[in-house]
Design a binder for this molecule. Structure first.
Ligand code: BV8
Ligand code: ZN
Length: 252
């Protein structure tokens, strides 16, 4: 047993990480919890407590109540801008330099992996800090984000929307294919901070298992039933992930 920072990492997980040729990480809202961002499953605070994200993060909600949806994203953009990457994000930057091949797939829209220094991040659900036109799809940069209504597209005047994938919308095909290809060639999949309730992202796990990969599920409430190839590291990512990486490769 290796004890790093009062965290005990099971030896089989250390060996798996040390010997892996292609490590793939799939992250969810839980990896950003210690950056101060609420996860999706947690009740939202204040004004937003009476709405469920699945109700607001949809094209129908934006069509029906554009101001409410735009103001929800304005509230979330402010939270994301105040947030900073945490040791879990940085542990993945460190890990990318310690293994032969590394792919990072995220369901998150908070850009914290990029801000931590991760490169070639596969962002399945877009980026909340980027806005685009709901009609001509032009990326809208100089807009009045604080407007109570979706600002007009500078190109065509149609309402601007967050550049994220809403429920009922298809994911960017290039990102999804890149994620599926990475999963098929993985020998170790790290599943970090996700309840795996959202499709098609959650399909990455069975895809990697079918390809013969082992899985380590890092979560205070592990989302995958453990078996001979699925291991769990129960605890907060900001503590468990740096401990796993340093147990396998030594201190950063
Ligand atoms: C599509 C951007 C179809 C927006 C997001 C019925 C069954 C199965 C599927 C469906 C169904 N009905 C509808 C669907 C499809 C739907 C779906 O999956 N719905 C779910 C709710 C059932 N999927 C879609 O609509 C997708 N599109 O399917 O298109 C289609 C096909 C053809 C043609 C047209 C259409 C689009 C899905 C993308 C939605 N957009 N985000 C925005 O952010 O506003 S998803 C959003 O929710 C997040 O981005 C994230 O991906 C997801 C939340 O999941 P998690 O990241 O896992 O977060 P969660 O809060 O759930 O869990 C947090 C975890 O962290 C927990 O496990 C917790 O224990 C752990 N944790 C807590 N603290 C810590 C921690 N872990 C580590 N450390 C800690 N400290
Ligand atoms: Zn436009």
């Amino acid at each position: 047993m290796s004890v790093a920072a009062a965290v005990v990492i099971p030896p089989e997980q250390i060996v798996l990480l040390r010997e892996a040729q292609h490590v793939v990480a799939l992250t969810g809202a839980g990896i950003s919890k210690e950056s101060g961002l609420p996860t999706f499953r947690e009740a939202q605070t204040g004004l937003w407590s009476q709405y469920r994200p699945e109700e607001l993060a949809t094209p129908e909600a934006f069509a029906r109540q554009p101001d409410l949806v735009w103001q929800w994203y304005t509230w979330r953009r402010a939270l994301v801008r105040q947030a900073a990457p945490n040791p879990a994000h940085y542990a993945l930057v460190e890990l990318a330099g310690r293994v032969p091949s590394f792919s990072l797939i995220t369901q998150n829209v908070d850009s914290l992996h990029r801000r931590a220094g991760s490169r070639d991040v596969i962002e399945l659900h877009g980026d909340i800090l980027r806005s685009r036109c709901s009609s001509c799809h032009a990326i809208a940069t100089d807009i009045d984000e604080a407007s109570p209504s979706p600002p007009p597209c500078p190109q065509c005047g149609a309402p601007v929307r967050p550049d994220v994938v809403w429920f009922g919308e298809t994911l960017p095909d290039d990102a999804l294919q890149a994620a599926f290809n990475a999963a098929r060639s993985a020998d170790l999949l790290l599943v970090i901070g996700t309840s795996l309730q959202v499709q098609p992202a959650a399909g990455i796990v069975p895809l990697a298992l079918q390809a013969g990969a082992s899985v380590i599920d890092i979560n205070p409430e592990p989302a995958i039933i453990p078996d001979e190839r699925v291991h769990t590291l129960a605890g907060p990512a900001a503590k468990m992930l740096p401990a796993l990486v340093s147990a396998a490769f030594g201190p950063a």
